[in-house]
Design a protein around this ligand. Sequence first.
Ligand code: SF4
Length: 409
Amino acid sequence: MARGFRAAGHEIVASAEGADLAVVNTCAVTADAAADSRQMIRHLARAGVPQIVPTGCWTTLQMKEAASLPNVLHAVSNQEKENLVAQFNSEFRILNSEFDLEPLSRQPLPGLHRRTRAFIKVQDGCDNACTFCITTVARGESRSRPLEDVIRDIQFALAGGTKEIMLTGVHLGSWGQEWGRHLRELVAAILRETNAPRLRLSSLEPWDLDADFFQLWENPRLMPHLHLPLQSGSESTLRRMARKTTPASFRELVAAARTVIPSVAITTDVIAGFPGETETEFTETLDFVREMDFAGGHVFTYSPRPGTGAAKMKGQTRPEVRKKRNAILREAFEESSKAYRQKFVGRRMAVLWESVTELDEWGWQMEGWTENYLRVSAAASSPRWNEVDEVELTDASGDILRGVIRDSG
Ligand code: SF4
């Protein structure tokens, strides 16, 4: 959208002061995310932005409420989002001409940290119906972006100096299904047709993958990190969630991934306090999380989203029970991620530096990520933002691994 507005001659500014128009991409994944979205719109109105255009999932689900918030010009649903910029710029037709977008896409957006990683959306929507998920209602059915468009976006990002590409989608693993194709074709094509030095995949639903998929990691440019949402380690809870997986098949998939990609980091998402979750079911989840030795995980406290199957289920867990279970699961993830980090102390790993801070006479403090998504910090005599260095990892006592740069560039 920013690129489109720029192409039509507008300037993107870093703060609300002086902005003539603000577009707010709202979220509805949890009750907190929806509240944050509303708060952002009110905040922009108070800061003096005269025209606000909310879009995204919360707006799509609550069009009337979004339109009634202060200074809202027009609420735009997800279905109309693609045309949002065109709708506000009659001169936007310029985009269909020979206009050269490439230099515009290279310019960083003001007010944002400069990114070393480009997020390339390859798919939207979802055809599943997990009972806790509002996404299917808000985003509609699954649709994939053509391979050529994805490759073109990646080439843009690489031309701008991006070192790492992350493929994203609401249900990434379903890419290409409407054409009888599989995500593995897209990944293989990107590795073949671009020179992206690092390629990452965002969240992948376990049922979309098989052992063959992991053969792609023979190419070292595909980063060894898999985020596989589990949501529950209890078979009966998974059934109520309408997830197409079981603890047994999840276990099998993780074992297959670890066989082919020995250093792989496997992370996950779990929901605490799903409706009807008994003490036994919760313990099954806790035991499963411990057994899987995850490199990390997010625990979401269940919040009923109006319009979903789970919100109507009997036996909603009490908020204090959800909170308590969340804390216990978090602790389990902290333990397993610490153990995972510890395994790499003493090893040398390639780190892409994402942030640099000047340390007076001491030089520069750098922070970045290893290929298997471990956060690392190290000191350097000159700033090495967006560079990859070989780092010897020396200390895993905190949340971030510490290391010493052994080989630059
Ligand atoms: S697969 Fe993911 S996006 Fe689709 S319904 Fe389930 S949780 Fe939602």
